[in-house]
Each structure stands twice: as structure tokens, then as C-alpha cells.
Design a protein around this ligand. Structure first.
Ligand code: IPM
Ligand code: MG
Length: 380
């Protein structure tokens, strides 16, 4: 990052970072505004300079360019240090974005972004905040010791990128999707999974459907080969349907869940729900450089868009992941995470994480998107 440094009088080296912001649709612009507020405060406090370039994505881009992500947008993203993404898409039942061909819909933009930037590794941490135990739908005896896992999801292969077609023969329509993985694709995500485990509790649960799928049999073989390079890490295999059950039964057993694209998509939503709210979960999508796209795990929530009530914490925590992984600013990332924890401890809640038990509501203070962002910023 030397080219990013310049001397600042009396301050030593100041780092300049170029961030592309894709606010997207629905609650995207509201939650990105709060993440920017937090990042600006971090920059001011730690003496960095962050510049933003706003780019249209998803439905917002369809409205202007007729496609969810232009090639030009991707080129601009490539020149940045990282991309901060809000959320994309709308209500498929009523939005015009879903009355066009599938490859031009908002979600296709997301897949194009992942593929063209080679973002093969998606990290989705799911952690139960002590302060949010009441928002967790699992029984107290299951979660009394909390849980702390990260789902390492393969993001550029498998079913979502295989060939697909819909054909009609003799009056019968048949639709086909294909699931294929090469050894190379499995190996690089497995390495990411084991590397992640080395920095944590050194356990990898590799999830597959080995009793049915060829791609899973190859997955298991390659994961076992990669495991040989990480003797300190305990590897266990789990079949995906059992994993879905174990997440509810005993979430504490997991450290790193390593899995392919579609299984990771499904299991990460499940893991997010047991943390209390999908509005809490950040995510990082990485390639083999330091570059990454950072986005909340949740969707665009069109039903609450514009109401000022969306939880900005997942996006703020995604910005923290960006500070850590793409900008190399560990203590700044920790400062953001500590601020989130503190504000929760003080009882501030957006509506999605407000306790149901009204008798305890006098301690909790319900706040909107902006106030939550402001409180976290002020604490930093
Ligand atoms: C996610 C989303 C996307 C995915 C959709 C919107 C294409 O569900 O990031 O988990 O399936 O990857
Ligand atoms: Mg998903």
C-alpha cells in the first residue's frame, strides 16, 4: 500500500483508501449511510483518509442503465481498495425489476459482481452477543454458553454458476441446473477455511451431501488432502441435512463451517436467525488478493425501506471486516466492533432486536437506523 501513503505534517504517514459504495435498493441507502458515518469517524480518529465513489447496482442500476451492474461499474470497482455493498432487489410480486429476463434482474448483478471479481470466498460470521440472548429463538439451555462460528461459503461455483436451461419437448417443460466443481475450486476455498480456522478454535466442519452427489465426493476428497497441511486443525465432515439440524440442536459445536455455494447460502440464513436477527450479520467476499466486497448478509427488506427503522449493525460490522481484511486496519476494526457491543450493552435496540418481553422494555431503548449509527459513531 505504499502508493497509498503520503506524509502528513506532524502526523507521520496517512493512508488514503478508495472505497466503492454500492448502496443498491430497499434499505441499502439507509444502512450504507450509517456505515459511511462510522468509517468517517474511524478515518478522523486514526488519521486516515477515505474517499468514496458511489455506483449504481441492482434495481437502481436497472432503472438507469437497463441492467443491474454495468461493465464500467465493475472496472471502477476493480480499481478500488474494497467495495461496500448495501442490498439489492425488491418485492418480486410487484416490482418491475422482476418482469424482465432473469439475467437482467437485480440478483444477476450480484452474481456478475462475484464472478467478475473472482470473489470465491464468502465469510459469514455468526456470533451470539451476550446482550442479544433474548432475541435468539432457541431455548436458553441450548445457547447458555453462546456460540461463535463462521461460515466459509464457496461463492463462484456450483449450482448458481452452472449451465441452466428450460426446454419444452412434446408439450412437457423440463428445467435443468448443473452443479459442478473442479478440484482447483474446492482446494482454494478449503485452504481459506483452514486458514480461517487457524486464527480461531482450529476446527473445520466440512459440509457436503456425500451420500448422493458426485461433486460432494470430490469435495470431501480434496478437503481431506488440504487438511494434511493443517495438522493442528480438527476436521470433521457433516452431511448438509444433519448440519441444518445440528445448528438448531447444538450451535456451540461449530467453529468454521466450510461448504459449497448453495449449502452455504441456506445454512448462513439459518445461522443468522439463531443470532437473533439477520440485521446483525456482516459478510466479506474475498478473492486471492486483499480486495473484497463487504455487505450485510440480509436482503433489501423492501417492506421497511424508507421508514428509518432498519438495523444498520450488519453493514457497520461489514465495514469493520473491510477495515480488517482489505485495508489491514486491525485496531480500527476492533474499535468498531467494541462500539457495537457497548451500544448494545447500554440497551439501545432497533426494532428487530427489541425484546418481546414487554416487562423488560423499560431498560431497552428503541432507536431508528440513524440514531443507531450515530450512537456507535459517537462511542468510537
Ligand atoms: C446471499 C443471497 C444471494 C445468494 C442471492 C440474492 C443471489 O441470498 O448473498 O446469500 O444466493 O448468494
Ligand atoms: Mg442468501
Amino acid at each position: 500500500k505504499l502508493e497509498n501513503c503520503r506524509m502528513r505534517k506532524g502526523w507521520g504517514i496517512e493512508m488514503t483508501f478508495n472505497i466503492v459504495c454500492m448502496s443498491g435498493d430497499g434499505i441499502g441507502p439507509e444502512i450504507i449511510a450509517e456505515a459511511k458515518r462510522v468509517l468517517n469517524k474511524v478515518a478522523e480518529k486514526y488519521g486516515h483518509s477515505i474517499t468514496y465513489k458511489d455506483i449504481l447496482m441492482g434495481g437502481a442500476s436497472i432503472d438507469v442503465y437497463g441492467e443491474p451492474l454495468t461493465d464500467e461499474a465493475i472496472e471502477i470497482a476493480k480499481t478500488s481498495d474494497a467495495v461496500l455493498l448495501g442490498s439489492i432487489g425488491g418485492n418480486a410480486a410487484i416490482s418491475p425489476w422482476y418482469r424482465i429476463s432473469p439475467e437482467l434482474r437485480p440478483e444477476a448483478g450480484l452474481l456478475k459482481l462475484r464472478k467478475s471479481l473472482n470473489l470465491f470466498a464468502n465469510l459469514r460470521p455468526a456470533y451470539l452477543y451476550e446482550e442479544l440472548q433474548e432475541a435468539c429463538p432457541l431455548r436458553e439451555n441450548v445457547i447458555s454458553d453462546g456460540f461463535d462460528m463462521v461460515i466459509v461459503r464457496e461463492l463462484t461455483g456450483g449450482l448458481y454458476f452452472g449451465e441452466r436451461s428450460t426446454n419444452e419437448m412434446n408439450g412437457m417443460i423440463t428445467a435443468t441446473d448443473t452443479l459442478s466443481y473442479s478440484e482447483k475450486e474446492i482446494r482454494r476455498i478449503a485452504v481459506k477455511g483452514f486458514e480461517t480456522a487457524m486464527k480461531r478454535k482450529k476446527k473445520v466442519t466440512s459440509v457436503d451431501k456425500v451420500n448422493v452427489l458426485d461433486s460432494s465426493r470430490l469435495w470431501r476428497k480434496v478437503v481431506e488432502e488440504v487438511a494434511m497441511d493443517y495438522p493442528e486443525v480438527t476436521l470433521e465432515h457433516m452431511i448438509v441435512d444433519n448440519c441444518a439440524m445440528q445448528l438448531i440442536k447444538n450451535p456451540k459445536q461449530f467453529d468454521v463451517i466450510l461448504t459449497e455455494n448453495m449449502f452455504g447460502d441456506i445454512l448462513s440464513d439459518e445461522a443468522s436467525m439463531i443470532t437473533g436477527s439477520i440485521g446483525m450479520l456482516p459478510s466479506a467476499s474475498l478473492n486471492d488478493t486483499k480486495f473484497g466486497v463487504y455487505e450485510p448478509s440480509g436482503g433489501s427488506a423492501p417492506d421497511i425501506a424508507g421508514k428509518g427503522i432498519a438495523n444498520p449493525i450488519a453493514t457497520i460490522l461489514s465495514a469493520a471486516m473491510m477495515l480488517r481484511y482489505s485495508l489491514g486496519l486491525e485496531k480500527e476494526a476492533e474499535a468498531v466492533e467494541a462500539a457495537v457491543k457497548q451500544i448494545l450493552k447500554e440497551g439501545y435496540r432497533t426494532v428487530d432486536i427489541m425484546p418481546q418481553d414487554k416487562s423488560r422494555c423499560s431498560f431497552f431503548k428503541q432507536v431508528g437506523t440513524k440514531d443507531m449509527g450515530r450512537l456507535i459513531t459517537e462511542y468510537i
